[in-house]
Structures are given as structure tokens and as C-alpha cells.
Ligand binder design. Structure first.
Ligand code: HDE
Length: 755
């Protein structure tokens, strides 16, 4: 009986709710949707693509351009269909036995919809899971002909590219601005096949032999028990490994430098890391190292900025790249090569060119420009393009070959292997973003997700049934009509051994070279980075061992970090190498740099003088930068559109700050902590503006102020007569100076004095 009563009660409650829903007088009844939110009933034109998003490249699996593929267009055309094109009259209600009855197994539409959804995710990349991509083109200078026959380097020749930038350690949804190496992978769709240059933003790697890759990655990834920390190296297992495995010290030092926290993907150098081998028309070989040099210079965040942005805008780098391309500030790099004679020992000035933990200073082997790359189009669909792009160091074209570097040798295996799991089978090169633009005539057949409908009966060689086709091409590299890929005929000999050559033994000279090439500010940042990372470790033995490695790099570096950790500084275990610094390794060398796509915040006071603001905004746009008007509230201020409010802005998203007024605090607009209960509005500066100015000052950003804006500086405690702070009476005059100073990225002198 109890059970029956409970059912009756429940039924009554449901009936009451239903009544409430019908009668708007009854509290809890849902209000009718306002008319403007009503669903459209007639088709309207789809939203236009953004200017930089052309239709995705649709090519057939054999590489020939396809006519329009209707499946590539989303949410266009009138009728909703199943995946097999049957029109649907309802996609909001499942097929049930009675209005409130159970769902029927018969509901094929429900099952198709939900099953497809259930399988929308693919495994993320085991490394480099977090990334952002863009399309563009590469243009050759014609200067590489003496070393390589590769056609893409011919003068004026344009080759389409797709680039993916990434972090290494974090998961797909991790923050962009973590301290880590950045991937810089470029797919060139050349006439002679796809060439992938799968590099990083640092020229050296943690390990000398690919067999150690699982070890370094297991050490860097989150701890296996709690799966923390996410996307960072500041933990015991990472430092345990690199302190035991001292060949990792050079790369670890690069990570601790400002290179580990780039300001933007657009402002990073790229490196092929390994030495490659090029072959010219006469069949002569040279050894080369690839360098990408950004037109905007190499710039970084400060560690505090990187940490704040990780919370405030985890997509900072992804957004920056897409915004820059969309607004026409197209990122650009010059590709250069260092060229070395292909000697029997493959050494250069005592540096083993097969050792990927070593770089060759540019002062010894200049980087010779061979072309430039421009990124001018955002992907149309992240999954289809950026997620499914599959790079491989073995995607090579005639004239470019690999060397015996034991790291690249292992990579040649790994990149195809990983796609089998990640992309679900061996036909990943048929996915649109991976398709070559050269004609394909392979004899690879069948397999999961085969998109080609191959004709013919004889996919084997030799055959007579398909006329003997296809034939192999000629090995005459000078004939660009018939040439094929040629493996460089390089002599190898020796017993089968599992050993390391003596030329790979020195692990400390090059880290010392890097350290000594840094400016004082960069050295200071490195000291703080080690202090932070090792400060996050718990095991004393790990910290002590890493301090020993630092002592072998530089005693001052070691002493400063040891002080921060509260541990004694050990002595070097041997003689310290005498090195000649390489100024090219410092990010502060060169400049001033163009400011394309840099973000300039303009703080305005709605009750103050706004005369110059419009003009200043236009001048910032004209300089190729992005002005953001920052006001206490959204909407407009005196017809100026407001892009950020004091609640949504934080200094870290700005490259420079302009103060056009001194907006006072409105207590009701402040968080409870900052507002004094019942206090009348005061004439003090809004504390969020104070925070903005203080932070921008601490991060050595250029700050400009005019008119009443100068008061905002003073109230925030910023002196007027220091480097990188500009004041004046007119907005444009101040802006001109600010833009000129912003070309050096930061007012570097301020770091030393601020400490
Ligand atoms: Fe990678 N690496 N890697 N790597 N790597 C991958 O390939 C691997 C190495 C690099 O945006 C994976 O498709 C091994 C050096 C970039 O899609 C995987 C070894 C350098 C990307 C893989 C290395 C790189 C990857 C994961 C040591 C700089 C991202 C998913 C032998 C020169 C590419 C994938 C993208 C991605 C293996 C070492 C750069 C598992 C085994 C050195 C930029 O195949």
C-alpha cells in the first residue's frame, strides 16, 4: 500500500508541474521565448566564411583536384538528411512506444545520430597533442640550386603549405602558454610530392638516440598515479630523468630560457634540429641544418604573464595566430640553411653533426636564406585539418634526404606507426589535409577508410596485364621531367653495436655556450625558471643532482638557483670549457621589429576628455596593430565601440597600454572585496586600472599617457621619467613614441631595476 501511495503522490506532483507550465500566473511556469529568439522557419543564406577561410581543399584520393564536394559545406541547403541523404522530418524526438513510453530499438535515425556522436573523438597525439594550424605558401628565392635539386626552392616558385604549431607535453585541451618546447611542423605540397619539415622552436633535443624517446616523454608527462601536473616540466620525474641523463641538459636549459614561453607562434624561430643531407643536380651532397626566422623577431612572455594567461585565456596562442591571419597581419618566416661539407666523419669544427643535442653557432656557419613562408588562411574546420594533419619526417622529395642521426632514424619509424592508431588505419594520406598535390600512382591497396576506387587488375610489379604500369622514374636528378627520389649513396660500415660514439660524450660545453650567450636579463629569467621548476620538486636528491649539472654549466647559475632552493651549491666536477659566446642565440639581438598584430589597449574615461581617442585608434589600425578600447562598461562610449571592460581585460593580453583618462572607481561595479560597503563614489582611480598599469609596468611594457591619463600613471605609482613610459598632451604624439618603442618588444632596462 505504501508503494502505491508513493506512486500516487508522485503523479500528483507531476500534474501540478504540468499545470504550472500552462498557467503563467503559477510561480515556476516557463515564460514564453521572446520573439527575437524564435527559430527561423525559412532558409536564409548561411553565414559567410571569414575572409581568410576559403573552401577546404578538396582533392580526390589520387591527388587530382575534385569538383565541388557538397559534403564539405556544413549547415547549408534547405533539408536535413541522414548520412545517406534521406530527408528527415524530425530530429528532436526519438521514436517511442507512446508519448511517454520507452524508446524503440527501431529508431534508426536516433541510433545513427548517437552512434556517430559516440565515435567523434580520436586518440590525441601521444606528444604535441595541443596545437594550432594555418595554411599559407612558401616562395623560393632560387638560392639553393647549388646544394639541392628540390624544385620548391626555384626563384619565385610558390608552394602551398600547412603549418601546425604545438606544445609537447600537454593534453589536447591544455593551456597554450605553459613552459615547454613548441613544435613547428610544415607540410609543403610540392609538385614533386609532399615534403614535411617537422621541427621545433629549439635547435637541440633532449636525447641523442630515438630509443630514449619513450623515457624522456614518460618522465615529462604527468605522474602516472595522479595524472598531475598537466602540461609542465616542473615536477620530480622530469628533473629526475634530465639530471640523470645529462645529454638532456642542453635542451632543458633552452626550455628554462625565455624560448620556453613564446609571446606568439608568429614570433618563434623554427629548427629542423637534425642535420639533413641535400643533393644537387650533379649528384653532389651537402649536410644542412634548417632554420625558420620570424619576420617579427623572436619574443617571449614573462613567466608571470605566461602563468596568468594560462588561466585567463588558455587559448592565447591559438587565438593570436587566427586573429592575426584574419586581420591581415599574415605571419611570415624566412627559411635558411647552414651548409656543411659532407665529409666522411660528418664533423664541423669538432661538433658531431649527427648529434641532435648540439647546435652550430651561426657565427661559424651563417644561415643562408633560401625562401620565405607566409601564413594567410585559417583552417575552415579544426578537426578535419589541424587534428587530422599527419606529418612524417620520411615525407621527402628529390634533393632532400635524412642522415644517420640516430634520433631521426627512429622518427622515420614512429610517424607512420602513430597514425595507424590515431587516424585509424593506413590510408591517412587520403585525408584531404594530407593529400599530395602531385599525381599519385602507388600500388597501396585496400585497408580501413580506403577512399579511392582503384581500377586495373595488376597492382604489382612487374606486370604485363596493366601494360607494365606504373614504371619507376629516372635517377637523373638534373632532369626535372623524369627525376625520382634518390637515396644519397653514403658509405656506411662497422660492426652491429649498441653504443654511443665518443663524439656524443660532451654534454656541458654547449649548454655553457648558450648560457654565456644570454644577455643579463635573459640570464636572470633562466635563474628564476630553474628556481621555480626545482622549487616544485619534492625529492632532495633530484634537486641536488640537477644543481650538480648546473655547476657543470656555470657556477653562478648554480649558486643563484641553490640559494633559491636553500641548498648548498656544489662545485663543478671537472674543468669548465672555455667558449666563445654566440650573440645570435640571444633574443635581444637585432631589431627593432615590426609590430604587426600587436595589441594596444586604450583605457578611456567615459566622463573624461575623449577627443583624441578616435584618431589614436585609427592610427594604431593603420600601423597594422590591434587597438582595444577599454572602458568601465561594454557597448559604446561616445560612439566608440568598447572591446574590453575593466572586468574582462587583464594587462597580459596587451603588448602596450595607453591611458586616455583616469576613470574613477564606481563602488557598485567592483567586486565586494574592493568596494567599501555603502561608500560614496570617490575620485580615486578604479583599482582594476591600477592593477592593469602596475602589471604592465612590472612586465616592462611600453605605457603611454596623455591629458588626464597621466594622473592614472601617477596614482598607480609609475614614474614618468623611466624608459618605456611616454607622456604628453596629445594622443597622436604619445602614440608615435609608443609605437617606436614597442618595436623592441619591452623596455628591457626596467627589468633590472624592478627586479
Ligand atoms: Fe616527434 N612525434 N618524435 N619530434 N614531433 C610526434 O607524431 C617522435 C622529435 C615533432 O603537429 C608524433 O603524428 C619520436 C624531434 C613535432 O602533428 C610521434 C621521436 C622533433 C610533432 C612522434 C621524436 C619532433 C611531433 C606524435 C624521437 C623536433 C607534432 C603524433 C625519435 C625536430 C607534429 C604524430 C604535428 C609529433 C615521435 C622526436 C617534433 C609519436 C619517436 C627531435 C613538431 O610520431
Amino acid at each position: 500500500k505504501d508503494a502505491l501511495d508513493k506512486v500516487a503522490d508522485a503523479a500528483e506532483r507531476v500534474a501540478d508541474k504540468a499545470l504550472a507550465a500552462e498557467d503563467p500566473e503559477i510561480p515556476g511556469a516557463p515564460a514564453a521565448a521572446p520573439p527575437s529568439l524564435a527559430e527561423p522557419t525559412e532558409p536564409v543564406d548561411p553565414l559567410p566564411s571569414k575572409p581568410d577561410q576559403a573552401t577546404p581543399d578538396t582533392r580526390t584520393p589520387t591527388g587530382a583536384p575534385a569538383s565541388e564536394d557538397p559534403r564539405s559545406a556544413g549547415q547549408q541547403g534547405r533539408w536535413l538528411t541522414t548520412s545517406t541523404g534521406t530527408r528527415l522530418r524530425d530530429t528532436d524526438h526519438s521514436l517511442k512506444a507512446g508519448e511517454r513510453g520507452p524508446t524503440l530499438l527501431q529508431d534508426h535515425h536516433l541510433r545513427e545520430k548517437v552512434t556517430h556522436f559516440d565515435h567523434e573523438r580520436i586518440p590525441e597525439r601521444v606528444v604535441h597533442a595541443r596545437g594550432a594550424g594555418a595554411h599559407g605558401y612558401f616562395e623560393g628565392y632560387g638560392t639553393a640550386a647549388s646544394v639541392t635539386v628540390a624544385g620548391l626552392f626555384a626563384a619565385g616558385k610558390r608552394t602551398p603549405v600547412f603549418v601546425r604549431f604545438s606544445t609537447v607535453l600537454g593534453s589536447r585541451g591544455s593551456a597554450d602558454t605553459v613552459r615547454d618546447t613548441r613544435g613547428f611542423a610544415t607540410k609543403f605540397y610540392t609538385d614533386e610530392g609532399v615534403w614535411d619539415l617537422v621541427g621545433n622552436n629549439m635547435p637541440v633535443f633532449f636525447i641523442q638516440d630515438g630509443i630514449k624517446f619513450p623515457d624522456i616523454i614518460h618522465a615529462g608527462k604527468p605522474h602516472p598515479d595522479r595524472e598531475i601536473p598537466q602540461a609542465q616540466s616542473a615536477h620530480d620525474t622530469f628533473w629526475d630523468f634530465v639530471s640523470l641523463h645529462t645529454e638532456a641538459q642542453h635542451h632543458a636549459l633552452w626550455n628554462m630560457s625565455d624560448r620556453g614561453i613564446p609571446r606568439s607562434y608568429r614570433m618563434m624561430e623554427g629548427f629542423g634540429v637534425h642535420t639533413f643531407r641535400m643533393i644537387n643536380a650533379a649528384g653532389e651532397t651537402s649536410l644542412v641544418k634548417f632554420h625558420w626566422k620570424p619576420r617579427l623577431g623572436i619574443h617571449s612572455l614573462t613567466w608571470e604573464e605566461a602563468q596568468l594567461i594560462g588561466g585567463l585565456d588558455p587559448d592565447f596562442h591559438r587565438r593570436d595566430l587566427a586573429d592575426a591571419i584574419e586581420t591581415g597581419a599574415h605571419p611570415e618566416w624566412e627559411l635558411g640553411i647552414q651548409v656543411f661539407e659532407d665529409t666522411d666523419d660528418q664533423l664541423f669544427e669538432g661538433i658531431d653533426l649527427l648529434d641532435p643535442t648540439k647546435l652550430v653557432p651561426e657565427e661559424f656557419a651563417p644561415v643562408q636564406p633560401i625562401g620565405r613562408m607566409v601564413l594567410d588562411r585559417n583552417p575552415t574546420n579544426f578537426f578535419a585539418e589541424t587534428e587530422q594533419v599527419a606529418f612524417h619526417v620520411g615525407h621527402l622529395v628529390p634533393g632532400i634526404d635524412v642522415t644517420d642521426d640516430p634520433l631521426v632514424q627512429a622518427r622515420l619509424f614512429s610517424y607512420v606507426d602513430t597514425q595507424l592508431t590515431r587516424l585509424g588505419g593506413p590510408n591517412f594520406n587520403q585525408i584531404p589535409v594530407n593529400r599530395t598535390h602531385a599525381p599519385v600512382n602507388d600500388m597501396l591497396r585496400d585497408g580501413f577508410h580506403q577512399h579511392a576506387v582503384h581500377s586495373g587488375v595488376a597492382p604489382y610489379r612487374p606486370n604485363s596485364l596493366d601494360g607494365g604500369c606504373p614504371f619507376t622514374a629516372g635517377g637523373d636528378l638534373s632532369d626535372d621531367q623524369t627525376r625520382a627520389f634518390v637515396d644519397a649513396a653514403h658509405n656506411v660500415a662497422g660492426p652491429k653495436v649498441r653504443t654511443r660514439p665518443a663524439t656524443f660524450d660532451d654534454h656541458f660545453t654547449q649548454p655553457r655556450l648558450f648560457w654565456q650567450s644570454m644577455s643579463p636579463v635573459e640570464q636572470e629569467h633562466i635563474i628564476r625558471a630553474y628556481s621555480f621548476e626545482l622549487g616544485k620538486c619534492f625529492e632532495r636528491a633530484v634537486k641536488e643532482r640537477q644543481l650538480q649539472a648546473l655547476a657543470n654549466i656555470d657556477p653562478r647559475l648554480c649558486a643563484e638557483v641553490a640559494t633559491a632552493l636553500g641548498l648548498p651549491a656544489p662545485k663543478p666536477t671537472g674543468e669548465l670549457a672555455v667558449v666563445t659566446p654566440s650573440p645570435a642565440l640571444s633574443q635581444l639581438s637585432g631589431g627593432p621589429w615590426p609590430g604587426d598584430g600587436r595589441v594596444v589597449g586604450i583605457v578611456v574615461d567615459p566622463d573624461g576628455d575623449l577627443t583624441d581617442v578616435s584618431e589614436v585608434r585609427s592610427a594604431i589600425l593603420a600601423a597594422g596593430m590591434v587597438p582595444l578600447v577599454i572602458a568601465p562598461h561594454g557597448g559604446t562610449v561616445d560612439e566608440l565601440a568598447v572591446q574590453r571592460t575593466f572586468a574582462t581585460v587583464r594587462s597580459v593580453e596587451l603588448d602596450a597600454v595607453l591611458l586616455a583618462g583616469s576613470p574613477v572607481a564606481a563602488p557598485d561595479a567592483l567586486p565586494a572585496r574592493d568596494a567599501k560597503a555603502g561608500a560614496a563614489p570617490t575620485s580615486t582611480l578604479d583599482p582594476r586600472v591600477v592593477l592593469l598599469v602596475e602589471e604592465a609596468y612590472r612586465h616592462a611594457k611600453v605605457i603611454g599617457a596623455w591629458g588626464d591619463g597621466v594622473r592614472a600613471l601617477t596614482v598607480s605609482g609609475v614614474p614618468e621619467d623611466v624608459s618605456g613610459v611616454v607622456t604628453g598632451s596629445a594622443g597622436i604624439g604619445v602614440l608615435d613614441e609608443v609605437l617606436a618603442l614597442a618595436g623592441t618588444h619591452r623596455a628591457w632596462e626596467r627589468f633590472v631595476t624592478v627586479g
